[in-house]
Design a protein around this ligand. Sequence first.
Ligand code: ZN
Ligand code: ZN
Length: 242
Amino acid sequence: MNKILEILFPSDLKCIFCDEELDGTTSNSTCASCYKTLPFIKSFCPRCGVSLSDNEEGVCFNCKNTNYNFNKARAVFDYSGDVLKVVHKFKYAMLKDLSKPLAGFMCDTFVLADLEADVVCSVPLHANRMKERKFNQSELLAKVLADKFKLPYVELCVKVKENSSQTSLDFKSRRENVKDVYAVNKDCKKLIKGKTVLVVDDIFTTGATCNEIARILKLAGAKDVNVFTLAHTPAPNRTPNS
Ligand SMILES: [Zn+2]
Ligand SMILES: [Zn+2]
């Protein structure tokens, strides 16, 4: 049914940000005028990938006081404006078709992001949550990226415990809330040992989830863990893209 609908009403004929008809000259289902206004991250913290303002240099304020288990994280966009709206549609209204154009932006940025990877995985959902949601948005993004760059995609981790939503929690509570809720998939230990793993997620907020995933991957022998997300929540002390 979905295939028939896709042929009759191709979803990439309209801009995912403004719904304008596309003329076929643009990529990632985005019209030229929306593309110009998207909050691409141009200068960023070399550690966590948060966008920096023009007068900032080096690691961000947070990274001066925080240790992460991953080596470096990068993101395509500031999580703001139209990107925030579209990601909400993708994640909460569960418009699965948005995965392709959104992953397209990740593919466009991946080479510039300079992230080494032997194997790609995503942040898993708990089995109960997966049943409710029908798809894992991070997995969809990760698979498109892995496919494009001919890297193996493997579900290296599973979510073994259900925890409360991270949304309303502060930095410290987020780290507590994700502790020991993930585990390395036992069949995957050989794929992890000595390898550089790329963890893909949709949004980097405080990095608590990716940090915990990186911790268990390193415990399982991963050489390096890098993180790549579609968007990164801007630091609270600045307006995005300023
Ligand atoms: Zn548009
Ligand atoms: Zn940082």
